[in-house]
Design a protein around this ligand. Sequence first.
Ligand SMILES: Nc1ncnc2c1ncn2[C@@H]1O[C@H](COP(=O)(O)OP(=O)(O)OP(=O)(O)O)[C@@H](O)[C@H]1O
Ligand SMILES: NC(=O)c1ccc[n+]([C@@H]2O[C@H](COP(=O)(O)O)[C@@H](O)[C@H]2O)c1
Ligand SMILES: [Zn+2]
Length: 294
Amino acid sequence: MMSRTPLILLACGSFNPITNMHMRLFELARDHLQKTGRYQVIEGIMSPVNDDYRKKGLVSARHRIAMAKLALETSDWIRVDPWESEQETWTETVKVLRGAATNLRSGDPTYKGFDLAQLQLKHHYNESLRLLQSKKELMKNKWPIERSTEDPLSYQHSVLPELKLLCGADFLQTFKTPNLWKEEHIKEIVEKFGLVCISRAGSDPAQYISESDLLTQFQHNIFLVKEWIQNEISATQIRYALCRGLSVKYLIPDSVISYIAHHNIYTEESERKNEGDLLQPLKLHNTTVNPLND
Ligand SMILES: Nc1ncnc2c1ncn2[C@@H]1O[C@H](COP(=O)(O)OP(=O)(O)OP(=O)(O)O)[C@@H](O)[C@H]1O
Ligand SMILES: NC(=O)c1ccc[n+]([C@@H]2O[C@H](COP(=O)(O)O)[C@@H](O)[C@H]2O)c1
Ligand SMILES: [Zn+2]
């Protein structure tokens, strides 16, 4: 049997708040990649954007992280990573990917030297990974990486997982928004990492790729995944519904609904946050238009 490349999916975004669809993105992507026969998706990471991104209505990362953690309690393979939100300022997405890749290389015990035999036993692996994450310190020396090479069960291949950026089709479309992305960053994302893009009503990612020389050049590293059941949940619509006192049950997890109610997160006032402000990436590029905050 040909061995599969271990793969980690990383999604960047506001997650304001996390919705069921954000979690579905990971499930759809994993199914698609596993079906290629080439990959073993071992982990999903959600990286909520820093408050300094300055998007209209963006509530504090402390709350967005807490809500994402609550929502992901039921997942045995997707986790939220607060690193990006804890930085002093907004971090460009390619740097988030670079940071995650450095962790993979520099001995984060979660990833070092995968035991491929273990990887075949996905459930067992996920269980170990969970244990590892919650008791990282305790477990440091117990994960197969540290196992003796004499151990017949240990196949030390030292395979580093690939890291791919997971997004929805509207995210891909923002690549062409003037001054939002640096061309060399887009190139690095599709050349060094790779993209997994989930379809979304109103966006045609295949056409968009064909219109871009750069994206066409690295098409082999862009996976387009067709959502087999259309699900147009949007975090903005969720916030609007909450402000109007409408039910959002079955669109976001109950635990997140309770958290929002308890902390009174989404109000007319919170919707006015960063109003009229420039998105940080546009500010950095010194422009006067702000297509996303209107
Ligand atoms: N319904 C959806 N279908 C496909 N992709 C989605 C969907 N909802 C969110 N995404 C993707 O999830 C990632 C995070 O998105 P984001 O936090 O902006 O959520 P959102 O629901 O689009 O919020 P907002 O409405 O505030 O823009 C992005 O890559 C986005 O494209
Ligand atoms: N140049 C860049 O790296 C760049 C530009 C715009 C948005 N982004 C990222 O894309 C995501 C967009 O999130 P929203 O769809 O919620 O606006 C955020 O994580 C943001 O940091 C990155
Ligand atoms: Zn969005």
